[in-house]
Design a protein around this ligand. Sequence first.
Ligand SMILES: [Zn+2]
Ligand SMILES: [Zn+2]
Length: 330
Amino acid sequence: MREQNFCFPEQQRACLTITPSLYDRRALDCTAPLPLLTSLMHLSLMTSSSQRVREALSVDGGLERLTHILETTSRADYPDRRSAWRWILAYHCLVNVGVRGSEQIRARVERSGGVRVIIHVLESYLKTLESVDTAAPSPSSSSMHDCHHASHSHHHHHHSHSLAADTLDEPPFREEDILLALQLLAYLSKHPSIRDRLHANYPINVFTLVERFCARHHSNTIHLWAGVVMRNGCRKDDTRGGLRRCAYLHCGRWESRPHEFAKCRRCRKAKYCSKQCQSHAWADGHRYWCVPRQPTSSASTSGNGATASTATATNAAATGNAHPLNTTTT
Ligand SMILES: [Zn+2]
Ligand SMILES: [Zn+2]
């Protein structure tokens, strides 16, 4: 795989690249910007189409390499944008592997630092929104919460440009980045063992962070995917005999026997160990993702645990895209 064009004498070796048909782990170690960019571009396509490539990345240190690229690449080198693209492509690779991978591969995505990257993306985005809110005069910031998606993103766009230039080293993350982050978490959080780690293995409870994206001022799609993650967080754990934990995130107590805790009557998803936990949780943000249960859909999906749980995130997403949760049209 030696290519004359990609020879860099100062490195005293040829740069390998990943081609549309050949994955080579070593190409990700290449430090020359253009060959690496080419590799990531091809890899982002392969990670969406090839189970073998996703498997390879999960065992050959490729995932660790991707998260390293994501954590060390500055997204700020305008105008040449090469490293901004490197970041975006590596991000797509990571999300593809997690969304399309098996449970085992998803566990590797979490272990390799993928969730650390996601937390950074989500936290930075919220920080940007907050600084936009405080920078904007109050009438416009309050209208921002009421207006719909199109005008909201216009608003945000306008402010974020001046912010990027004035106060931030790196451009703010885009809504697409947030959407991919939440989608990845929606797939990771389907699995009880990964879910536990999302609760407890990071400086912040990942569900607490995601709950902030359920608030109404986010776009419908963000709101929808954040809701999928939150509802996954309430699923029973079949590896613990079907027990659930208290859905008040600051409590998180486990049931000692199945059906011990009472369900939220409205959504019938969240369960609480006490009335106090329920009211704290409602105030914290459950009110933003509590969706009244549809009697028709629950009848058709309940009862077949394993298959239903594999399909839930995608089903919910498909339904939600067609019928955004906070509009009145159906
Ligand atoms: Zn509780
Ligand atoms: Zn509820």
